[in-house]
Write a protein that binds this ligand. Structure first.
Ligand code: NAP
Length: 249
């Protein structure tokens, strides 16, 4: 028996990158997975097809996590169609980089709405379901820049720092109801998001990583799989950096 057999997992932003790797990993561990996406339907359907081809179960579900009503509807759909919700992975995220003094209100708001308010709206909706069933695991994807900061990412690092505070508060509030909440803080991972980085930024970034390479989406998915499963039954409110040794003191 696989360790997530019988569980239902919902992964936001799972049409590509880290979210797609998490969806594949949780399905390989036995969960039935809702593969959420905002606009990339074909990519999400391809993730579902790859999970099914490997013998797993998955369904694509569209919803924009920056819309609170859409988050409530997404969780409702998951419960109605898949029979419940045991694992929520808040992975969807965007970047709109720029230096503080040049950052527009629109770029600030867009990143906060998706990366922080989206996590709040999804967690609130899922928390209501999980509290009733007195079990569940919520895993939030934050970032090492939410801990250390990063020039050019004032909106993104503020949102990711907010996710860490949210994680610890939700862990405290929901622990009495048997629901855990943890966060994974990736460093630099090879995805579309980091493909935008220029060659010199890449080289200086790799120089600062103890393991001297960018991580893979599968590296992040392994940490999520741990928090999602009962292997971490006595762990809540934690933030695990998956960053190749970029940030340890
Ligand atoms: P990515 O390749 O750009 O993929 C982003 C995913 O989020 C896509 O599936 C996208 O779906 C979805 N998404 C975006 N806005 C959404 C919305 N409003 N509602 C629902 N889904 C939405 O990103 P990634 O690199 O895999 O990053 C995934 C997460 O890890 C993010 O939270 C990111 O901040 C975090 N992270 C990444 C790195 C890294 O090095 N890559 C490092 C630290 C943290 P659509 O295409 O359908 O919009």
């Amino acid at each position: 028996m696989s360790r997530l057999d019988g569980k239902v997992a919902l992964v936001t932003g799972a049409s590509r990158g880290i979210g797609a790797a998490i969806a594949r990993r949780l399905a390989a561990d036995g969960a039935t997975v809702a593969v959420n996406y905002a606009g990339s339907e074909a990519a999400a359907l391809a993730v579902v097809a790859s999970i099914e081809a490997a013998g797993g179960r998955a369904t694509a579900m569209q919803a924009d996590v920056s819309d609170p009503a859409a988050c409530t509807a997404l969780v409702g759909r998951c419960v109605a169609e898949l029979g419940g919700l045991d694992i929520l992975v808040n992975n969807a995220g965007i970047t709109r980089d720029g230096l503080l003094v040049r950052m527009s209100d629109e770029d600030w708001d867009a990143v906060i709405r998706t990366n922080l308010t989206g996590v709040f709206s999804m967690t609130r909706a899922a928390g209501r379901v999980m509290m009733k069933s007195r079990s569940g695991s919520i895993v939030n994807i934050t970032s090492v820049v939410g801990i250390a900061g990063n020039a050019g990412q004032v909106n993104y690092s503020a949102a990711k720092a907010g996710v860490i505070g949210l994680t610890r508060t939700v862990a405290r509030e929901l622990a009495p109801r048997g629901v855990r909440c943890n966060a994974v803080a990736p460093g630099f991972i090879e995805t579309d998001m980091t493909a935008k980085l220029g060659g010199d930024v890449r080289a200086s970034t790799v120089a600062a990583i103890a393991l001297k390479r960018f991580g893979s989406a599968a590296d992040v998915a392994s940490a999520v799989a741990y928090f999602a499963s009962d292997e971490s039954a006595y762990v809540t409110g934690q933030v695990l950096a998956v960053d190749g040794g970029m940030t340890f003191a």
